[in-house]
Design a protein around this ligand. Structure first.
Ligand code: SAM
Length: 333
């Protein structure tokens, strides 16, 4: 899966364990801020009927691949398309010019392959779930040869060694069975269905996911948008807002969503680095039902491990801490 800030890679087994603690009372689960969809993917694997939701197009594509697509139905077609794409002749276009020349997220030789493969996918008029599987394969292949620290706000001054490798398409780990992927603002979820349990993992600070992963948004939308700045971000990054990225709005948005979501149980993830302190989260959740809280200590994301450098590559600052705590709250109403 792609590198993703705030991804619950390490916590997935714990989340599945907490959900399974409800036994047969829980069969349908909503992953309301799905990101990479790794939580929904693990829950689908564990036998739950999952709905993944995220407001960004690239995350919706991951949700269609890992949660919505029925492996038994799409696997053969996806393998056939991937085999065809591996043979497509590289041809530089918007992606190469924008993300490999103007910015340097990928080596131009891989950029030209992305351009040619993505154009071919657009021409193929594929079944939407097969298309999502193939686009996820392309996104993950590009992610393995990128030259970043895991976010697309900047690229490395010197090429990362992995950027010299050849982009290689692999079949994502799709699962047999049904699921649903939505692309809604979380505030609209209460009108979109009912679930036995909802898992909430909202953003917790000012960094917008659309900005951090703008290259994936463009790769999935394939709309060649005007781009700006050193990182060549999509022009719409400037307009796009989530109340969960705003200090003055997150508490109300979170409280409103929890109160209105038609789900009898909630499992909620937050980090101690976020806008909402632990006690404030408890104050929001406790009126809704019985709350149990769990804390987990983790190493911080790779940027914090590496340190703070100026544009000339000199170490300039001190990282304040290398550990962070993740909170999980379980609410039974
Ligand atoms: C912390 S990440 C989720 C990570 C995910 N659990 C994983 O393990 O990969 C938060 C996600 O919320 C999405 N998001 C932010 N604001 C949103 C909103 N208002 N409605 C829906 N999704 C939103 C972001 O695009 C991002 O993918």
């Amino acid at each position: 899966m792609i590198k993703y800030i705030g991804s619950k890679r390490v916590l997935v087994p714990r989340i599945v364990e907490l959900v399974s603690g409800f036994g047969g009372d829980v069969r349908t689960v909503l992953d309301a801020f799905s990101g990479t969809s790794r939580v929904g993917h693990a829950l689908k694997k564990a036998g739950y009927r999952v709905t993944a939701n995220d407001h960004n197009a690239y995350a919706h594509c991951l949700g269609r691949c890992y949660v919505q697509a029925d492996g038994a139905r799409v696997r053969e077609d996806a393998l056939r398309v991937l085999a065809e794409l591996r043979e497509v002749k590289p041809e530089a276009g918007y992606f190469t010019e924008t993300f490999c020349v103007q910015a340097r997220f990928f080596h131009p030789k891989n950029g030209a392959r992305v351009d040619a493969m993505r154009d071919r996918i657009a021409e193929m008029d594929l079944d939407p779930d097969v298309e999502a599987v193939v686009l996820t394969s392309l996104m993950e292949a590009a992610d393995r040869v990128d030259s970043t620290c895991g976010v697309q706000m900047a690229y490395l001054k010197k090429w990362a060694p992995r950027a010299a490798k050849d982009l290689e398409l692999r079949l994502p780990d799709i699962i047999d069975g049904e699921g649903t992927a939505l692309m809604l603002d979380a505030a609209d979820l209460p009108e979109a269905g009912e679930w036995d349990l909802a898992y909430l993992d909202p953003p917790y600070n000012q960094h917008k996911y659309r900005n951090n992963y703008h290259v994936w948004e463009t790769l999935v939308r394939w709309d060649a948008p005007p781009a700006y700045g050193v990182a060549m971000k999509r022009a719409d990054c400037k307009e796009y807002q989530s109340p969960f990225n705003r200090k003055g709005q997150i508490a109300d948005a979170f409280a409103d969503l929890c109160a209105r979501l038609p789900a009898k149980r909630l499992v909620v993830s937050f980090s101690d680095e976020g806008y909402l302190p632990r006690q404030q989260i408890l104050d929001i959740l406790e009126p809704l039902g019985d709350v149990t809280a769990f804390d987990h200590e983790f190493k911080r994301y790779v940027g914090a491990q590496i340190g703070i450098y100026n544009p000339s590559g000199e170490k300039v600052g001190k990282v304040s801490h290398l550990q962070n705590r993740e909170f999980i709250f379980v609410v039974d109403r």
